[in-house]
Design a protein around this ligand. Sequence first.
Ligand code: DQQ
Length: 447
Amino acid sequence: MTYRPIYHFTAPSGWINDPNGLSQWNGVYHLFYQFHPHSTFWDDMHWGHAISRDLLHWEHKPIALFPDQSYDRGGVFSGSAVVVEDELWLYYTGNQWIDQEQDQLIQVQCLARTKDGERFEKATVNPVLASPPENMSPHWRDPKVWFQEDYFWMVLGSKDESGGQVLLYRSMNGKEWQYRGILARDPRLGYMWECPDLFSCNGVDVLLFSPQGIEAKQERYQNLHQCGYVTGQLDLEQTSFSHGTFRELDLGHDFYAAQTFQDENGRRILIGWLSMWEAEFKERVEGFAGMMTLPRELTVEEGQLYMRPVQECETLRSKTVLDEIFSGNSRLVTPIGFELCITGNRLPGTSLSLFLSSSFEIRWDDEGISMKRIGETGEEERISKRVVTSMDERLFVDASSVELFSEYGRTVFSSRFYPTEERVLQVESTDQVADIRMCMYELKQTM
Ligand code: DQQ
C-alpha cells in the first residue's frame, strides 16, 4: 500500500511544509516550498522549487535557496515572490538559532533574485529588515510582498505579550523598508500568527493567516493550529483593516500555512500544506513527508471565501468508473487517485456515509457534514454544522489524502488518511436518500 500521491505535489524525497513564493512568471507557475532534503523531519529549512504550465504537472527543479549565509544558517523560512520587471524577487525569513530548545532565535527578512528561474542570488543588501520594531518579539516572519499604487508592501506574522498580530511595511524600491504599524491583532486568536497574506478578491479585502494556539471551542478550532481569514475594509495609507470575525478556511484535519497569488488570467489561486504539525506522517516509511493541496481558485460569495479546485483539474479525468443513481449500500474497489461527484438531493432524516477505509468516514446527515478519522491518538472528528440536503459535492482522493469540496466549494475539508487494507469505497445510507447521482472518475498521474 503506497501513500505517495499521484496528482498532488510532494517532493521526490524528504520533508516538506509551507508553500512559498507562489507565482506565475512569463506563463510558468512557480511553486517553492519549505524543504528538508536530508530527512523526513523538519530541520534546517531550504526552499525547494518546482515549475508547471498547468498547476498539475510539476517539474522538480534544483533547490532554490540553501541555509548558507550567516543570517539564514538556521533556516530559510517561509516567504513569497513578486515579479519585478524581468526578474522574480523572493522574500523570505532568515532564521538563526540562539537556543533551539528554548525557542530563542534571531529572525531577519531577506531578498533573493533570479533572472532565469534557475539561478537565485541572495541580495548583497541582506537582510533587508534586520530587526523587529522596538520592543517587539523576535518572532516576526513569513513576508508576503506585493506591488500596489507605486509601492512595495509587506505583511509579516508576529506576536506580542497579548497574542498574534500582523505588521505592515512599505518600500519604494523593494530593498529599503519602513515600518507602518500593526495592521491587525486579536488577543482571542492565539499566541502567534504565521504566514499572513493580504489580497482583494471580488472587491473584498481578505487577510488570510495561520494562528497558532487558539483553544478548541465545540466543533471549532480542532486542529493543533488553524488557518483562516477575516474580510473587511483595508486602508493601507492609514495602516488599518476593520474586519469581521475569523473563519477557518478549511475544516479538515490537515490544512495549514496556505498562500495565494494572482495568476496571469487574474485568478486568485491558493495552495495549502495538506498536513499538520505533529501529525502521524505514516508516509515516512516511503522516504517522504507532507504534501500540498490541489490548487484552488478563490472567490468571495455571500461575504465568505469559496474554494474550488482550479478548472484544470477536470483534465485529470481519465476513465469513468461509475455513473449511477444511488440505489442502496455498495462497495467498490477504487483506483489510487479518483474524483467522486455527488449531486442531487438527500431527504431530511436520512444519512449518507462514505467509508474510505474502516478508519475514515465522511457523513452527511441532519447534523451537518463530518469527517471522522481513527488514528494513533484515537478518534478525531471534524464537523461542519451546515446541513446539506441539496448536494453538489466533489471529493478528490489521492493515495493518502482526501479533499471534499461541498456545496460547490462553500465548505471544504482536507485530511490525510492511511488505508491499510484494499482501496475500497463503501457507501452506506440509513434509508432511501433519494435522487442522488454518483460519478467516479479515475484520475491521471501527473507527478
Ligand atoms: N513554517 C516556517 C515558518 C512559518 C511556519 C518554517 C509555518 O516560516 O512560520 O518552516 O508552518
